[in-house]
Design a protein around this ligand. Structure first.
Ligand code: NDP
Ligand code: 8X3
Length: 253
């Protein structure tokens, strides 16, 4: 019988990561779920733990020592990570380049780029040693084009696009699969974080059309990691039907 795969999901406390954790639990994957909000991690452990083995890790992906400590101290039954889903991330602010906040820029580059690298560095060497593994990087349409006021968020997601390509090149020799899923507008806590808790402004982003739901991306992640070994979803862009680009969205308001 094939061994049950262990999947580590960063940013599992909300949105795309949470929906992915829920779907993968239904399919019986062992899960390592990461985030900073302990209460949410406890809730996930409690209800998903009824279906499958779940281990939660609370760390800020900006803190490299915390990242390495969390991965190093995984219990033996979770220490072999078969699939890494690099999902944690957010936009902070939506401002022109002259008006953007340095703290927002630091947050986006530290979380979306450096955090993804820290988590990968803590996990990829064990995949290389085993010559097996699968990495799914959650990029964005913002990593494929740039939109007004998106400047640094778009830069962070363009970096994810480059890291995804670089990982695939460097890990090819070890038979490790690497791919990115790049969503357009998905209704999650994303805009709430971007607009610093201004929920009226956040809600408006998704009004007048049908945005993607976190479960739509979870379905694609599940599809991606359940393909036969010779199939690697290398780079996938998915948008709501109403969206043609970052700036062209057919809205009926
Ligand atoms: P959410 O805000 O709903 O979820 C973000 C997740 O990231 C949370 O679980 C959060 O957990 C975690 N996270 C954020 N900062 C940190 C940190 N410093 N350390 C550890 N974990 C952190 O947003 P989405 O689900 O929408 O976003 C998930 C990914 O999808 C992101 O990479 C985003 O860029 C990408 N994306 C989103 C799109 C959208 O339209 N929503 C479209 C394209 C891509 P906690 O706060 O508990 O730490
Ligand atoms: C999130 C999609 O268009 O809000 O990455 O930047 S967008």
């Amino acid at each position: 019988m094939e061994k049950t795969q262990t999947v580590l999901v960063t940013g599992a406390t909300s949105g795309i990561g949470k929906a992915t954790a829920e779907l993968l639990a239904k399919h019986g994957f062992n899960l390592i779920l990461c985030g900073r909000r302990q209460e949410r991690l406890d809730t996930l452990q409690e209800y998903l733990g009824r279906n499958t083995d779940v281990h939660t890790l609370n760390f800020d992906i900006r803190d490299k020592e915390a990242v390495f400590k969390a991965i190093e101290t995984l219990p033996a039954s979770f220490s072999q990570i078969d699939v890494l889903i690099n999902n944690a991330g957010n936009a902070h602010g939506l401002d022109t380049i002259d008006e953007g906040s340095l703290d927002d820029w630091d947050a986006m580059l530290d979380i979306n780029v450096k955090g993804l690298l820290y988590v990968s560095k803590a996990i990829v060497p064990q995949m290389v040693k085993r010559k097996s593994g699968h990495i799914v990087n959650i990029g964005s349409t913002a990593g494929k084009e740039v939109y007004p006021k998106g400047n640094v968020y778009c830069a962070s997601k363009h970096a994810v696009d480059a890291i995804n390509q670089g990982m695939r090149l460097d890990l090819n020799a070890y038979g490790i699969r690497v791919g990115a899923i790049n969503p357009g507008l998905v209704e999650t806590e994303f805009s709430n974080v971007r607009f610093k808790g201004d929920s009226d402004r956040a809600e408006k982003v998704y009004q007048g059309f049908q945005p993607l739901k976190p479960g739509d991306i979870a379905d694609i992640i599940h599809f991606t990691i359940t393909r036969p070994y010779h199939v690697n979803i290398a780079d996938l862009v998915v948008m709501p039907t109403a969206q043609a680009s970052s700036t062209i969205v057919k809205k009926e308001l």
